[in-house]
Design a binder for this molecule. Structure first.
Ligand code: ADP
Ligand code: MG
Length: 322
């Protein structure tokens, strides 16, 4: 199969988004938009760094990679619309396996009405997948990290640490309770688009998706908003059987694990009820996990364990350049 035949196999037969003027098949794609703000993000996934053939199927690699991108759109409050995929295709991957990656992306793309409108296909030594997503928000309605204010409630959707627990289960022989639940959370996470889009426009929220663990994501909001935060350790939501893992693993995974693709954010205490309603409507757990406050000179994140003193939470999430 040559490059052109390959591209033909991944091409959609029709486009769902009416704004597509030209999809795959020319030098570049064209879509038309004149009323909304366009939101775009790109993420790169490298074999051996972000995924391995022996712990994930090709289909799940594609599925999860696109989820990670859609999650960034959700964190901006944007409606997903398009994606483009650049792939470095090594000789130890067959065209059929790479097609499975695309099938995984297509499955999740379809559920958000997204169209694959372009990309690039080249050969190289290891599989590298670079996905660009494009979405829309109403003019000036994007949800930014710098939107947090002193007095806000800090919240998080879903439960944390599940993806890391799933990876642990996949890579260990031992038997665990709810193994299927955790591995599913690792392989097929759900981006929280419905929740983000369900928040009424008039409600100010700061949002960030949990790709690197909440310690990191909370710190990003704190820095961008020039505030500090206090998180309540007992309030951090975890799955009911999460306590089966060692105390140190629980701590590591819920604060620094990441890849749960939940949303962390802040909202004024007076609007908390509205957010609770939004979460109910989309059938999603929503938990208050802390408070925002102003601290001269610092933008720190602290954890409060019972009646213990505040302890500063350091950013120990994955950092590629460290
Ligand atoms: P060009 O030489 O102009 O860059 P290509 O031969 O790379 O064009 O690509 C031809 C068409 O196929 C373009 O529309 C491009 O966006 C699309 N395409 C190439 N690779 C991919 C891919 N991996 N995923 C989606 N579309 C792709
Ligand atoms: Mg090209």
């Amino acid at each position: 199969m040559d490059e052109f035949q390959f591209i033909n196999t991944i091409k959609q037969n029709y486009y769902r988004q009416s704004s597509v003027v030209k999809g795959i098949g020319d030098d570049a794609a064209v879509f038309r938009q004149n009323t909304k703000d366009i939101v775009t993000a790109v993420d790169t996934f490298v074999e051996g760094v972000h995924f391995r053939k022996d712990t994930m199927s090709a289909y799940d690699i594609g599925f999860r990679a696109l989820v990670a991108n859609i999650s960034d759109l959700a964190a901006m409050g944007a409606q997903p619309a398009f994606y483009l995929v650049s792939i470095v295709f090594p000789s130890h991957w067959s065209p059929q396996e790479v097609q499975h990656i695309f099938q995984g992306m297509k499955a999740i793309g379809r559920s958000y009405n997204m169209d694959l409108i372009g990309g690039d296909t080249v050969s190289g030594n290891e599989l590298v997948l670079t996905i660009t997503v494009i979405g829309y928000v109403e003019k000036a309605q994007a949800r930014y990290r710098h939107h947090a204010r002193a007095g806000d409630i800090v919240f998080v959707t879903g439960t944390l640490g599940d993806s890391q627990a799933g990876y642990h289960i996949i890579t260990n022989q031992k038997k665990y309770k709810d193994a299927a639940y955790y591995t599913e959370r690792h392989r097929r996470p759900v981006p929280r688009v419905d929740f983000a889009l369900g928040i009424p426009r008039t409600v100010r929220v700061a949002l960030n998706d949990v790709s690197d663990g909440i310690a990191n994501e909370a710190a990003e909001i704190a820095t961008a908003s020039d505030v500090s935060m206090q998180l309540f350790d007992e309030a951090i939501p975890v799955h009911e059987s999460f306590h089966q893992f060692s105390k140190s693993k629980q701590y590591q995974w819920k604060y620094f694990g990441g890849e749960d693709f939940e949303l962390i954010g802040t909202v004024a205490a007076t609007n908390w009820d509205i957010l609770v309603d939004t979460a109910k409507r989309v059938n999603l757990q929503l938990t208050q996990i802390g408070k925002v406050f102003y601290e001269p000179e610092y933008n720190h994140v602290y954890i409060n364990k019972g009646n213990q003193q505040l302890e500063r939470l350091l950013q120990k999430g994955y950092n590629h350049l460290k």
